[in-house]
Design a protein around this ligand. Structure first.
Ligand code: NAI
Length: 302
């Protein structure tokens, strides 16, 4: 098996970052997203993502000279192009129904040896492949990149019972040698490794900050640097990840963890978070987040 041509579906925070990392490795990548209702430019989401990739601070996620390796497009006009690629990476919103629906469409057109992987944070592989063909499952696995994909070396790989060894070998080699990742194989358990720990840790910091009436700065001085995230802190990390994905991730954890797991009690979504999402304060990709927002416990953040 070989990987020469790649498509990334979903041009949001992670999809665009993953496409950039592939472009940085000198590989051509097709970046597709939905067509927004009424949009004149049908590939506006991928086009906009491409512009943002060159302007992220403090360091660009993609070097200017590599931009030519990304072809932006949309899932309606470019869907059939997916039939020619060696690896399709699904990076759309964390919703099982949408991902399953997309896989069924891909299954109908993909070429025989095409590898398909999902960037899901928490959804079980066994649920993702339900309803697809046996051959799809043989070529499917989870490749969970971390944010930002250019700088985070860890890549969690979840292999299903049907995934062919040659698929695992080919993709592990590519991610390791071409994309510079440290591939860690995980079992198909809730949140895999990092999010099983990380979501608990983030939720604990958030719920305790609200309970103890701490400001974001106070909470981050306790749970940021001391916990190994000196630059962004936990609240800055939530801003980077995207606050709107939290309800989906938590819902998935509630669904897949045992009923009496202690984490079940920590999965409450606080009213402030619900309001931030409704008002568009979903982090760096939105109007702002915990930083650049002054409402947590009525106290100002920097
Ligand atoms: P995002 O919200 O930034 O981007 C999602 C993109 O998917 C959007 O551009 C949206 O237009 C597109 N989309 C929505 N419905 C679609 C559909 N039916 N078909 C095609 N495209 C559709 O989300 P983000 O943060 O990039 O997350 C994507 C995936 O990566 C999720 O599964 C998430 O759990 C996972 N992930 C996210 C991380 C993060 O730090 N944000 C880290 C690791 C994994």
């Amino acid at each position: 098996m070989k990987i020469d041509s790649i498509a990334v579906i979903g041009a949001g925070v992670m999809g665009s970052g993953i496409a950039a990392q592939i472009a940085n490795a000198g590989k051509k990548v097709l970046l597709l997203d939905i067509v927004p209702e009424g949009a004149e430019d049908r590939s506006i989401i991928a086009q906009t993502a491409l512009k943002k990739l060159l302007n992220t601070k403090p360091a660009a996620l993609m070097h200017k000279r590599n931009a030519k390796n990304i072809t932006p497009g949309n899932l309606e006009d470019n869907f059939n192009d997916l039939a020619t690629v060696d690896w399709i990476i699904e990076v759309i919103v964390e919703r099982l129904d949408l991902k399953q629906d997309l896989y069924k469409k891909i299954d109908a057109i993909r070429k025989p040896d095409c590898i398909i992987s999902s960037n899901t944070s928490t959804l079980p592989l066994s649920d993702l492949t339900a309803g697809t063909s046996k051959d799809f499952s043989r070529h499917f696995l989870i490749t969970h990149f971390f944010n930002p994909p250019r700088y985070m070396r860890l890549l969690e790989m979840v292999v299903g019972p049907d995934t062919q060894p040659k698929v695992v070998e080919c993709l592990s080699h590519f991610c390791d040698y071409k994309l510079g990742k440290g591939v860690v194989k995980c079992h198909d358990t809730p949140g895999f490794i990092a999010n099983r720990i990380g979501t608990y840790w983030i939720q604990t910091a958030l719920l305790d900050a609200i309970r103890l009436k701490l400001t974001v700065d106070e909470a981050d001085s306790l749970a940021g640097t001391p916990m190994g995230v000196p630059k962004t802190g936990i609240f800055g990390l939530m801003d980077l990840v995207g606050i709107d994905i939290m309800p989906y991730v938590l819902e998935s954890m509630v669904h897949s963890l045992p009923k009496h797991d202690p984490f079940q009690e920590q999965t409450v979504i606080p009213d402030i978070v619900k309001k931030m999402i409704t008002d568009g304060y979903i982090g760096r990709k939105g109007k702002g987040g915990f930083y650049r927002l002054s409402t947590l416990n009525g106290k100002k953040t920097k």
